[in-house]
Design a protein around this ligand. Sequence first.
Ligand code: GDP
Ligand code: IMO
Ligand code: MG
Length: 421
Amino acid sequence: MFTIITGAQFGDEGKGKIVDMLAKEYDIVARFQGGDNAGHTVVAEGKTYKLHLIPSGVLFDARLLIGPGTVMNPKVLMLEIAMLRENGIEITSKKLGIDAKTSIIMPYHVALDGLRESKRAVKIGTTNRGIGFAYVDKVGRDEVQMADIADEKRFEKRLDELLPQKEMAIKELGGEMNISRSEVDEYLKIGKQLKPYITDVSREINHALLQGKKVLAEGAQGTHLDIIHGTQKFVTSSSTVAGSACAGLGVGPMKVNKVMGVIKAYITRVGEGPLPTELKNDVGEHLRERGGEFGTTTGRPRRCGWFDLPIARKSIDLNGYSSMALTKLDVLGGLLNLRMCTGYELDGKIRDYPPELTEELSRCKPVYTEVIGWSEDISGIESFDELPGNARKYVELLEELMKVNIEYISVGPGRMQTFMK
Ligand code: GDP
Ligand code: IMO
Ligand code: MG
């Protein structure tokens, strides 16, 4: 059984929470793209874990895999392993596998990310983790791989070739080369520690599937941040849609059994780029405060807006969702006049699907349907039937308009604050 979970909006939909909730049923949980730009929050057993690289199934017995389509900063991984150890969770090589071909984020990638962003007239608002430049090197065949940092000779040879180029690239952007001998040694030290974790992710997963085991692929970022289909240039540098899990983990598409989209009951975006339903008023403030909408990775306040159906429709197409998990329904409580964006007005015409170009999307004016809200606190509710009538109606309307089954409803950050519809 192979399940793929992706974010259906612009990231931070609550993927970490949903993956944690489902993980006990799975034998393997794997990350297939992105890097530590991701911030996935898991709240369980009275603790909050903010995960950037380790798959969100970490609190259960599942084997965790980091696939070769990801970009991995080894220093961040070591900090995360230490954080988990402090919380009594030991990440041994039995627990975690890292593909030999995983791209390594080097200090020059982080430096280049910051320098390039500072020079952009129109900013992207990256997380400054070096993601884009690590993927540039992957595509340009100048990457350093996990296997390289675990082998001193290979790593030194790679650096001999790469460092002069990187030095020039950094200089061109007005920066200074920042990789010192001690940093190389630190990478080598981590490489040695991680050597036992190296594995062939595609082989492991295909073998597990043949044995009838259950594998969960955990997406990072969100559909509209996809490098191919998203709102360029305001996107991340990897493919975030469900198909990317097959490519990134090396699993054939005929093996996929289930594709679940995680979607908030409203919408948020962090960083730049169009967000047609953005609310720069007290309703937006309500969503940010009640929803705790501050970046898990950067702490930046997230931009908030009403649920955007055209955006959801396109996500459903791009991922082929077989079901959805609706999160943060509780956050809408207390807003008595809710709105749902069912279409856009663009150049005098009404449309129900986002236009192809980012510039056009940024000119779209939302067309709203008014929905009556509820005042009750629903964060303790445990079944669909117990929800206030208007909350039930909101969910039913969403389901009817999206034409995809809402399988789970989340009403709070905790693992238990979820029920099946
Ligand atoms: P991810 O990147 O998709 O994993 O999402 P993040 O963890 O970055 O952001 C989601 C935030 O919302 C986290 O702080 C979660 O703990 C929290 N959260 C998830 N589901 C719910 C929910 O149903 N209600 C509330 N109030 N918070 C939630
Ligand atoms: P999770 O997995 C929300 C955004 C950044 C920026 C753009 C490019 O927690 O949902 P990058 O550093 O990737 O080059 O930045 O993408 N971004 C995210 N927004 N959630 C994320 O991850 C994000 N990862 C990147 O804010 O706008
Ligand atoms: Mg996040």
